[in-house]
Unconditional design. Structure first.
Length: 94
């Protein structure tokens, strides 16, 4: 395995283990720099890109993965119904 692949695997493992808070502290960054051989700038760029690829897509999803296919008014009612169905007026016409 190459050094680059080792670094990537190590960083992915770190990111997945801390996906609830994927932001390393300065101390953690120093440790990761030593372990991976990357510079601070390379490490910062890697985490920025990785958070966009691996972490944020999960949090961007709406209750309905097809929600953008509907008009805004329909989307609002669908989201409300999916998140809190007891509060939706079922007689409401869209």
């Amino acid at each position: 395995m190459t050094k680059k692949k080792n670094a990537s695997e190590l960083l992915k493992a770190w990111l997945l283990a801390r996906s609830a808070n994927p932001y390393p502290t300065p101390t953690e960054k120093d440790e990761l720099m030593v372990q991976t051989g990357l510079s601070r700038s390379q490490l910062d760029h890697w985490f920025t890109n990785a958070r966009q690829r691996y972490v944020k897509p999960k949090s961007r999803r709406g209750p309905n993965p097809n929600y953008s296919r509907y008009p805004q008014k329909v989307t609002k009612v669908l989201v409300e119904w999916l998140t809190n169905p007891s509060n939706v007026d079922q007689t409401q016409t869209i």
